[in-house]
Design a protein around this ligand. Structure first.
Ligand code: GDP
Length: 424
């Protein structure tokens, strides 16, 4: 019995969806605690590929109840669509999905503002998915947000919407945008509210009762450690806490009942959107893209790729308190003669060496990674069934990651399918 937090240890897209799927077999509750439908977990449902944006991937395990926690920002139209998509694939949602009444709602003006704010940044673009997530969190912090509990109360929502839409239309006008229609928004959001209302509840009490009944809970992280609003490569970050600490605040389940943190990391590093990627390597990017790998699940954008960065992985381990490591996409390195990994960074101007990730992104951009090399294994790992099936050079590489990050290696993933998972 363990309450588990799963976090991405890099810049997102680490393959958390697959690892969560592998871990949820014995789990009773799966909880999303931050982010919105800017995240995307790729899963397989009855042989079809499906991307989940807001619904926890535990929905595919028929015994699990899923919770969208208070820390999430919810686009009700997107959520309704996602539920209907799953229902079409034969997934039963009835009584299995709950939404926190305290979660905030993503409004159409958030999406518009997202696009305009990104456009004015020019070359300094963060690479947001323009789904209104940042502006929705902005309104939450500025205390002018609309929450799910407001959305499901018809009269209150109509009144709040009138106020907010007129304020935001003023802002949009100044930016040269089109005003949002009150009537159209009201109609669409009320339809979604009617659909979602039965799922809205006080999820703190729901999860408290679950804990009393000794239920096992999994907290499903979205995005990755270095996109964390506080600890990531600011300002090239997302608007929520993606690190393990965010799981408590975003669910109302206290830190004292969390038993373990599983950190998911790729055997190399990728990043989508703007911001530093110290271990970036054009050759590796081209090779992985050539294999049809590393294109974003939500946006289809090619991800920048780099070697495994031990400095960021170790920092992620320290920040999140990672107990167990899940290393994914080992198979991506199957045909490389010499594999590299970052051991530390060096500032060539000052000669200072860094074994941690500095907060200043300008400094991070300037730092030169110092690499360690490993002989590749030059053979396919995709059919390995256990640790001993892996080539010796692959095992040496994985053992180095384990000792460098000071966490226990528990899972190695060597392909997208469920059976391509080695448990240690
Ligand atoms: P998430 O956001 O962290 O869940 O990551 P994604 O959903 O973007 O996952 C990335 C993609 O990698 C998905 O299509 C997964 O099926 C796939 N994937 C996960 N683990 C592995 C692996 O070990 N090898 C390969 N080849 N693909 C993987």
């Amino acid at each position: 019995m363990a309450n588990t937090i799963v976090v991405g240890a890099q810049w997102g897209d680490e393959g958390k969806g697959k690892i969560i799927d592998a871990l949820t077999e014995s789990v009773d509750y799966v909880v999303r605690t931050q982010g919105g439908n800017n995240a995307g977990h790729t899963v397989y449902v009855n042989g079809s590929q499906y991307v989940l944006h807001l619904i926890p991937s535990g929905i595919l395990n028929p015994r699990a109840t899923c919770v969208i926690g208070n820390g999430v920002v919810v686009d009700p139209l997107g959520l309704k669509q996602e539920i209907e998509g799953l229902q079409k694939l034969g997934v039963n949602i009835d009584g299995r999905l709950y939404i926190s009444e305290r979660a905030h709602v993503v409004m159409p003006y958030h999406k518009e503002l997202d696009a305009f704010r990104e456009a004015v940044k020019g070359t300094k673009q963060i690479g947001t998915t323009k789904r209104g997530i940042g502006p929705a969190y902005g309104d939450k912090v500025a205390r002018v947000g609309i929450r799910i509990l407001d959305l499901v109360k018809q009269d209150r929502f109509a009144t709040l919407l009138k106020q907010r839409i007129s304020e935001n239309n003023e802002a949009l006008k100044r930016l040269g945008g089109e005003p949002i229609s009150y009537q159209e928004t009201l109609a669409a959001y009320q339809e979604a509210a009617d659909f979602l209302r039965p799922m809205v509840t006080n999820t703190v009490m729901l999860l408290y009762k679950a804990r009393k009944e000794k239920a096992e809970i999994l907290f499903e992280g979205a995005q990755g450690t270095f996109l964390d609003i506080d600890h990531g490569t600011y300002p090239f970050v997302t608007s929520s806490n993606t690190t393990s600490g965010g799981a408590s605040a975003g669910s109302g389940v206290p830190p004292t009942v969390m038993d373990r943190v599983v950190g998911v990391m790729k055997a190399y590093t990728t990043r989508v959107g703007g911001g530093p990627l110290p271990s970036h390597d054009d050759g590796l990017s081209d090779m992985l893209h050539g294999l049809g790998r590393e294109f974003g699940a939500t946006t289809g954008r090619p991800r920048r790729c780099g070697w495994f960065d031990g400095v960021i992985a170790r920092y992620a381990s320290i920040l999140n308190g990672i107990d167990e490591l899940a290393i994914t996409n080992l198979d991506g390195l199957d045909n490389i003669e010499t594999i590299q990994a970052v051991e530390r960074y060096e500032d060539q101007e000052t000669g200072v060496s860094y074994d941690y990730v500095p907060g200043d992104v300008e400094l991070l951009e300037r730092l030169k990674p110092v690499m360690k090399t490993f002989p590749g294994w030059m053979t396919s790992t995709e059919n390995a069934k256990c640790w001993d099936d892996l080539p010796e050079n692959a095992r040496t590489y994985l053992k180095w990651i384990e000792s460098f990050t000071e966490a226990k290696l528990k899972i190695v993933s060597i392909g997208p399918r469920r059976e391509q998972t080695i448990f240690m």
